[in-house]
Design a protein around this ligand. Structure first.
Ligand SMILES: Nc1ncnc2c1ncn2[C@@H]1O[C@H](COP(=O)(O)OP(=O)(O)OP(=O)(O)O)[C@@H](O)[C@H]1O
Ligand SMILES: [Mg+2]
Length: 213
């Protein structure tokens, strides 16, 4: 299966995918990473990985033929974790990824500005347009992940969550806090996902039946 992180603009997609791949791997899921963003950020992190981190293959595939090429690179039984470029500027690749994504994670920073950008794209229509091109002719399973949530703020993320749910979005209960350890993700920086919000996210995905071994 393929899990993809998407968003209209920079929100935290690459950071989420780097950590999620580790969290899934630590929990016993075989994973393969895919960087579908021309900025090659996730690929550069993987290339400069320190010993013990990024213990999986990762392919650079920023292509509008992603839907054609990526399945051939995904070993049987693996979860392919795909990092997309922001959809406002990389629509073609985004659509290609969405054609084969089984689970779409909309990375949304818990700010009004990010909600506005989701409305302006608009994100739900962007995803729906790909339905006729998908093998199953249905919308991929789509969940919003609130990220960069200020640990001390409760009211604003709650309001943002409520608005998203009222607009028909599925929203993960797990939220990714804005903390230095995630902000520091980069070349040569080790990742230890055990016990983090990403470990919690894997548990939530399992409970919701979104991933299975
Ligand atoms: N949970 C977090 N806590 C603190 N900082 C974060 C968190 N997630 C991401 N960041 C920071 O926010 C910025 C954007 O993150 P990231 O590069 O992952 O976003 P992106 O959506 O992949 O952007 P782009 O669309 O440009 O590729 C980076 O500076 C990153 O370090
Ligand atoms: Mg990125």
């Amino acid at each position: 299966m393929f899990i993809a992180t998407v968003s209209p603009r920079s929100t935290g997609k690459s950071t989420i995918m780097a950590w999620l791949l580790h969290a899934l791997h630590d929990r016993g899921y075989p994973v393969t990473g895919f960087d579908a963003d021309e900025s090659k950020q996730l690929y550069r992190w993987w290339e400069a990985r320190p010993e013990g981190s990024y213990p999986f293959e990762l392919h650079l595939l920023p292509s509008t033929r992603f839907h054609d090429e990526a399945p051939r690179l995904l070993p049987d039984g693996h979860i392919g974790g795909v990092d997309c470029g922001h959809l406002e500027n990389h629509a073609g690749i985004g659509w290609s990824v969405l054609r084969i994504a089984d689970l779409v994670i909309v990375a949304c920073a818990a700010t009004n500005g990010d909600i506005e950008r989701m409305e302006e794209l608009p994100m739900d229509h962007f995803i729906d347009q790909v339905i006729p091109k998908r093998a199953d002719k249905t919308r991929p399973e789509t969940w919003v992940l609130l990220c960069r949530v200020q640990p001390s703020s409760i009211r604003q993320p709650k309001g943002i969550r409520k608005g998203l749910v009222e607009d028909g979005w599925n929203v993960f209960t797990t939220e990714i806090p804005a903390i230095q350890i995630y902000a520091s993700t980069g070349e040569g920086v080790p990742i230890k996902a055990a016990g983090t919000a990403f470990d919690e996210l894997v548990t939530e995905m399992e409970k919701r039946g979104l991933i299975t071994k």
